[in-house]
Design a protein around this ligand. Structure first.
Ligand SMILES: Nc1ncnc2c1ncn2[C@@H]1O[C@H](COP(=O)(O)OP(=O)(O)OP(=O)(O)O)[C@@H](O)[C@H]1O
Length: 482
């Protein structure tokens, strides 16, 4: 392909000594005279634009392939950097424009316009250009990939952080052990409400199994394949809790070095379990009420509302209604949370569940501690059944864990469990032996719901034959209240 002449219209020689090189390079090169008409076109330029040298020489190149912007807007030649260089002699480099091909398509281009002087006189401009489609495409794909990586990494780091917290504290499955009437009733309630989206308020003393109930509810719900996200409201200060629940933007407060999703966002389409909900500050209660009402919230430091679809469960060992009466808990929030109340019974009210619970807990603890304990001796079980378990199942779990660690054999021999109860001790000192016996036997009978025989009956616990216990009760004047 022949290159153009190297003379401009006025006959001034234009870049003569470089002609061979200019024809060989892969960049497109144009030479313009002072009127902006083409005086030189190299073969690479012809190839890129589809315009032949003969079609362009002596013509205004701007009108051929620089007439419009990439969005189709007209591009007046007075605004063209090449023409501006022709006017002021200042070199320019442009990275964000397109050149149009002869066939009407266009390509992104990187070009510069360099003034050409002869004898200190501006005689024209040389433009060198390169098709940067591939570079732009790569840039675009990279930017897209980077955005995806950022979103994924943000999601993973939030989930990972949460899962690690969860893992640190979870052992065992979600099975609820027990066959007492109270546990049967509890399981019945769980089944009734699990597959609805109703808000559930789980009450009960510490260690009774409230969180276990929440996990069961989630597992049985249609949200089971989505996350169950738990927050212990008592574990955070009022300000930290807000960012924990709703997340925060980068720089929202000192130490917020990254944007972070809150638990509400993590629980989207799943279940959010707020444990110890009574510990929420009044301010946090107002925010929670708003989220429940509108199902939307803002991250700390952001004004953008985020919509979520969550099922809410809360738990408290406090009597929430009492907290309302004391002015510590908002009544409107209480009613919003208490749509379906579930009461988890204290262990002392269902002592007959102890043997089954013990088996369940030993199975989990064997796994955790790498032991092979088979069970508890008969006497040991009696001692467990005579305790009144102020710390509920968690206390039982702790007693068993300690015994398993200390145990030499594969059957646990558990000694009587002592409870520090100064009231009883004082009372006991002023009683006769018969009165003390009556008090003790009555207490045991109450604990087992007045069942006399059977493995978990009072006779077994007291190590007496059922008939002996009956005559002892008669002698001591003990009768079951109606
Ligand atoms: N019925 C049950 N069957 C088997 N394990 C149980 C049962 N109830 C409680 N547990 C176990 O006892 C422990 C304490 O239960 P959980 O943490 O659910 O109690 P909680 O009422 O939420 O306690 P807190 O009020 O202190 O938060 C857990 O390890 C749980 O798995």
């Amino acid at each position: 392909m022949a290159s153009s002449t190297l003379k401009n219209e006025s006959g001034t020689e234009f870049l003569p000594e470089n002609q061979l090189i200019l024809n060989a390079v892969s960049e497109g090169i144009y030479g313009f005279d002072l009127d902006g008409n083409a005086v030189f076109i190299n073969p690479a330029a012809e190839k890129m634009t589809g315009w032949k040298t003969d079609e362009l020489l002596g013509k205004n190149i701007h009108d051929c392939h620089h007439h419009s912007h990439s969005d189709g807007r007209h591009y007046p030649k007075e605004e063209c950097p090449i023409y501006n260089t022709l006017q002021d002699g200042i070199p320019r480099e442009i990275t964000h424009e397109v050149f149009w091909r002869k066939d009407g398509t266009c390509f992104p281009v990187l070009y510069n316009s360099t003034p050409v002087y002869k004898d200190n006189k501006l005689i024209g401009v040389v433009t060198i250009f390169r098709d940067i489609s591939i570079q732009k495409q790569t840039e675009h794909s990279l930017r897209h990939a980077l955005k995806q990586v950022q979103a994924l990494s943000e999601k993973l780091s939030s989930e990972n952080q949460y899962l690690q917290l969860e893992l640190a504290d979870k052992t065992g499955d979600v099975g609820i052990s027990g066959h007492s009437e109270k546990i049967k009733e509890l399981i019945q309630q769980i089944k009734l409400v699990a597959n609805t989206d109703s808000t559930v308020l789980i009450s009960g003393e510490n260690g009774t199994g409230k969180e276990l109930v929440a996990r069961n509810l989630h597992q049985l719900s249609h949200r089971a394949d989505k996350p169950l996200i738990s927050v212990n409201c008592a574990a955070f200060s009022a300000t930290l809790l807000e960012s924990e629940l709703f997340g925060h933007e980068k720089g929202a407060f000192t130490g917020a070095t990254n944007r972070r999703k809150g638990r509400f966002e993590l629980a989207d389409h799943g279940t959010l379990f707020l444990d110890e909900v009574a510990e929420l500050s009044l301010e946090a209660q107002s925010k929670l009420l708003r989220v429940i009402q509108e199902q939307e919230f803002e991250r700390v430091g952001s004004s953008e509302s985020i919509k979520v679809d969550i099922r809410l469960m809360t738990a408290s060992h406090h009597d929430l209604l009492k907290r309302v009466q004391q002015g510590l808990f908002r009544m409107d929030l209480y009613y919003r949370l208490n749509v379906f109340p579930i009461m988890v019974p204290a262990l002392r009210d269902r002592l007959e569940d102890i043997p089954e619970l013990v088996n369940h807990l030993i199975h989990d603890l064997n796994r955790k501690l790498g032991k092979k304990i088979k069970g508890v001796s008969k006497k040991g079980l009696q001692h467990l059944m005579l305790h009144n378990w102020p710390g509920n199942v968690r206390e039982l779990q702790n007693v068993l864990e300690r015994e398993i660690i200390l145990s030499q054999g594969d059957v646990l021999q558990i000694a009587p469990i002592t409870t520090i109860n100064t009231n009883n001790a004082l009372q006991a000192s002023s009683l006769t032996l018969a009165q003390m016996e009556k008090q003790y036997v009555t207490q045991v009978l109450q604990q087992v719901n007045w069942r006399i025989s059977g493995n978990t009956g009072a006779a077994t616990l007291l190590d007496l034959a059922p008939s002996t216990l009956r005559s002892r009760m008669k002698k001591l004047g003990i009768t079951r209240p109606n």
